[in-house]
Design a protein around this ligand. Structure first.
Ligand code: PLP
Length: 389
């Protein structure tokens, strides 16, 4: 896209994506039109002459609504537009968005794809089926002065299906530097090799966590698309092969104070933001991953204010949290590293390395439930779950 262009996007995005669309792209003259994606017709209503693409997440972060990709893709194609989807939350192991109508799929590799929280990167996958020969897209149809006047949608001969991804490699990647570092790329390749197995385990663990929370007296509500009765259960059957994914969201009775006690008391779950790796974590999205959004933007995006702000009422509003179950939850040792008295740790690398070494030594040898090592200001806790396989 270029200055003057518009695109229509779901309004319920990961906070960083929302900021990029709402605050950064307009600085370059590109305007997003945000719509509630729950009714796909909202996309159609927001399309105008300047619209260049539709965008949504397959499974929304953090609300876990599943997009009706087939319906949104139909609207896009009826208007001669490509559908771009962020499939980070479902991964190729659970969902195949291109077969469901998407033209371009993007993933954060930082999460489930890498699987260990060790690298930062993303990937763009082109279906190769969208016909870019359209006056609506000058970048693909006008001569490109940076590449010998090539018209990407017209001049590639047999390689025509590669027009978009070839331009992506030659222009943004080569000229603008949108390239993963070799070290990170190597780590992602290691992770992707085990993705299907890990996703199986993620889904199994998350279902167990959701089922447990459902019957817990301190829990007000639970949302997990894999649970029968969940508002997105049908869509999970259709789009995620019946799996519910790796995230569970729930509300705790007793408001923000109860939420804060919950986070502080966690033993096996860490309080951190990187979803989709080996660790199980819990987080309060509205005050962390989506904290840069205004209250109104959070509400429009499905993050109610009581998830952020304490509201005192007799009934005690629920305080929301997201839990993601790491793929190793039931079978391996779990490590929690904390700076003493602080739940948002900034731990020096040498302490982490030390702790990881410690974990390797201890894993599988000591039949203890919890173990503590105090290292000056830092403590390392190692918990071995009761249920070992
Ligand atoms: C759906 C979604 N897309 C994109 C991103 C951004 O990923 P990265 O951290 O690799 O920039 C995230 C991060 O949480 C996400 O949840």
């Amino acid at each position: 896209m270029q200055a003057g262009d518009e695109f229509v996007s779901a309004n319920n995005l990961y906070g960083g994506s929302f900021t990029q669309f709402n605050d950064i792209l307009p600085q370059f003259g590109i305007t997003p039109r945000f719509v509630d994606p729950v009714d796909p017709n909202n996309f159609a209503a927001a399309i105008n002459d300047k619209t260049k693409a539709l965008f949504c997440e397959t499974v929304r972060n953090p609300g876990l609504e599943i997009s009706d990709l087939e319906a949104i893709a139909k609207i896009a194609h009826d208007h001669g537009l490509p559908l771009i989807v962020d499939s980070t939350f479902s991964t190729p192991a659970l969902q195949r968005p291109i077969e469901q109508g998407a033209d371009i799929v993007v993933h954060s590799l930082t999460k489930w794809m890498g699987g260990h929280g060790t690298g930062i990167g993303g990937i763009v996958v082109d279906s190769g089926t969208f016909d870019w020969k359209s006056k609506k897209v000058p970048l693909m149809n006008d001569p490109d002065s940076s590449y010998h006047g090539i018209r990407w949608a017209h001049d590639l001969g047999d390689l025509a299906p590669l027009a978009y991804i070839m331009r992506m490699r030659v222009i943004p990647l080569r000229n603008l530097g949108a390239c993963i570092s070799p070290d990170n790329a190597w780590m992602f390749l290691q992770g992707i090799e085990t993705l299907p197995l890990r996703m199986e385990r993620h889904c199994e663990n998350s279902r167990a966590v959701a089922t447990h929370l459902q019957s817990h007296s301190a829990v007000e509500w639970v949302r997990y698309p894999g649970l029968e009765g969940d508002s997105n259960y049908e869509k999970a059957q259709k789009y995620l092969g019946g799996k519910g994914g790796s995230m569970v969201i729930f509300g705790i009775k007793g408001g923000a104070a109860a939420g804060s006690r919950f986070i502080e008391a966690l033993q096996m779950f860490s309080h951190l933001a990187n979803v989709g790796d080996a660790k199980s974590l819990a987080i309060h999205p509205a005050t962390t991953t989506h904290s840069q959004m205004t209250e109104e933007q959070q509400a429009a995006s499905g993050i109610p204010p009581e998830m952020v702000y304490r509201r005192r009422s007799r009934s005690g509003p629920a305080d929301g949290a997201v839990v993601t179950s790491g793929w190793n939850l039931p079978c391996l040792t779990r490590l929690v590293i904390r700076r003493a008295g602080d739940v948002s740790p900034l731990i020096p690398t040498h302490v982490i390395v030390q702790a990881v070494r410690l974990r390797r030594v201890i894993a599988g040898r000591l039949p203890v439930l919890r173990w503590k090592v105090n290292r000056s200001r830092f403590s390392v806790r190692i918990a071995i779950p009761r249920f070992r396989r």
